[in-house]
Design a protein around this ligand. Structure first.
Ligand code: TYD
Ligand code: MG
Length: 443
């Protein structure tokens, strides 16, 4: 079975035909099937009686567990719902264990909490808890285990209202022979734990590691099994770290919480825009983008560096921005404006370790590249946002009022934005990329 996508093969091969990954096939012994399932199927069913939607009792009254971090509660849709299973996914070292230890310390003030770790020993976790000030609580239990059966039994006993499992990749079920971290171990362990959580009405947070490419290690099915998937992104070393919901059965996926790591653990950044712009030097290639992270407006500096290519193909690198999108924007710039970039190396950096997934970043990226290529600066007090189409046209984006409000709050005087959003003095509307560059890259 392929450990990446779950495809099944009759014999080993070096590469999975289904997902294209190398060395992901692992042998798995399946239990001999009993009587043919298909032969029996469909005969033993009985007629279902449905409830009317109106008559179904509402569960509104259930009280959610507050994590003690307001922004995280908002991301979760108002706290953790009892019986919900949350998957917290992120790269190693980003701060998953730290965040959860901080959360458990807070939740344990009101209800009993269990922190089950398969990665660290009790004394290691105790050390970290001391650092975070999370070691005073009698209702916060810790256990070092890798047994999914034991954890499920503990959840079913109903002693704990919240159970943290760090991490799902270390768990194993006794009945399954394959190693921890393989597809069958991850799916089956998760299933057993999810069933226990629903039975006992306990909330469970599973920690999941993420591969280099950014997908959750192990099968995609894990994302389908759980109720909420939180993604923990950012730079491992310094910079901002963002928690956002990429799936939420009990709330929206539009919210994001922005953290910073210091020696006392993770801390919410209350005014991220000001922090991000604090060290800005207005050089050429620097543009301030008014973006939206979740539902929150944020000003980020985009930096571009354009150098002549010394040999071979021109190099294009982006940190915090999608490389394919960058290549597309470079193509648009070349075709629709007079810039010649075919013999230039281009580097893009989004300051603060943020990863942009906002369409409105296009115009800022283009202007940063043009500014760097031409050696012309943009006005100091200007923010930029707008989507760029293949024709070089600047398209409108969502959340214009929020972007503008944030820019005003931080003392900016103007916004270069899509033409049809120009409802007020503050916005200088631009219809296409060429005009934007001609009008605003003067100095
Ligand atoms: P960790 O939470 O162990 O990451 P994960 O569980 O996602 O793998 O820790 C992340 C990093 O944070 C670790 O390298 C050390 C650092 N750190 C701090 O800077 N300050 C702190 O107070 C703590 C607890 C950790
Ligand atoms: Mg950890």
């Amino acid at each position: 079975m392929c450990q990446n996508c779950g495809a099944v093969y009759g014999k080993w091969s070096g590469r999975c035909e289904n997902c294209g990954e190398w060395n992901t096939l692992v042998e798995q012994i399946s239990a001999p099937a009993g009587k043919s399932v298909v032969a029996r199927a469909g005969n033993g069913g009985h007629v279902l009686t449905a409830q009317t939607m109106r008559s179904i009792a509402s569960e509104k009254a259930v009280e959610r567990l507050k994590t003690g971090i307001d922004d995280l509660d908002i991301v979760l849709g108002g706290g953790i719902l009892p019986g919900a299973v949350v998957l917290l996914a992120g790269q190693p070292g980003i701060g998953k264990s730290t965040l959860l230890l901080q959360v458990t310390a807070k939740v344990a003030e009101s209800v009993p909490v269990l922190y089950a770790s398969g990665e660290e020993s009790a004394s290691q976790v105790r050390l970290r808890a001391e650092r975070l000030g999370a070691h005073h609580n009698d209702q916060l239990g810790f256990v070092a285990t890798t047994s999914a059966d034991d954890i499920a039994a503990t959840i079913r006993s109903g002693q704990y209202k919240l159970v943290i499992i760090d991490s799902i990749q270390t768990l194993a079920l006794d009945e399954i022979t394959s190693a921890p971290g393989t597809v069958s171990q991850i799916t089956n362990s998760s299933n057993v734990i999810i069933r226990a959580a629903k039975e006992a009405g306990a909330a469970v947070v599973l920690v999941g590691h993420v591969t280099k490419e950014g997908s959750i290690a192990g099968p995609k099915v894990l994302e389908h099994l759980v109720d909420v998937v939180l993604q923990f992104e950012g730079d491992r070393y310094g910079g901002f770290k963002v928690v956002r919901a990429i799936k939420n059965r009990f709330g929206s996926t539009n919210e994001a919480a922005i953290f910073e790591m210091d020696e006392n653990g993770l801390r919410i950044v209350s005014n991220p825009s000001a922090t991000l712009l604090a060290e800005r030097q207005n050089a050429d290639g620097s543009v301030v983008l008014a973006t939206i992270e979740g539902t929150r407006p944020l000003l980020v500096e985009i930096q571009a560096l354009v150098n002549p290519t010394s040999f071979g193909y021109p190099k294009r690198t982006a940190s915090g921005f999608d490389l394919n999108r960058l290549n597309l924007l470079i193509a648009v710039l070349e075709r629709r404006t007079k810039l010649n970039l075919s013999d230039k190396d281009i580097y893009i950096n989004v300051v603060g370790g943020l990863k942009l997934n906002d369409q409105a970043a296009d115009l800022a990226i283009c202007m940063a590249i043009a500014s760097a290529a031409a050696g012309r600066r943009l006005d100091d007090k200007v923010v930029v946002f707008g989507e760029v189409g293949l024709g070089g046209e600047v398209r409108s984006v969502i959340g214009i009022d929020r972007r503008i409000a944030e820019a005003k709050k931080l003392g900016f005087k103007q916004a270069i934005a899509p033409a049809n959003s120009a409802k007020n003095e503050f916005i200088k509307g631009v219809g296409d990329l060429r005009m934007a560059l001609i009008d605003y890259l003067q100095k």
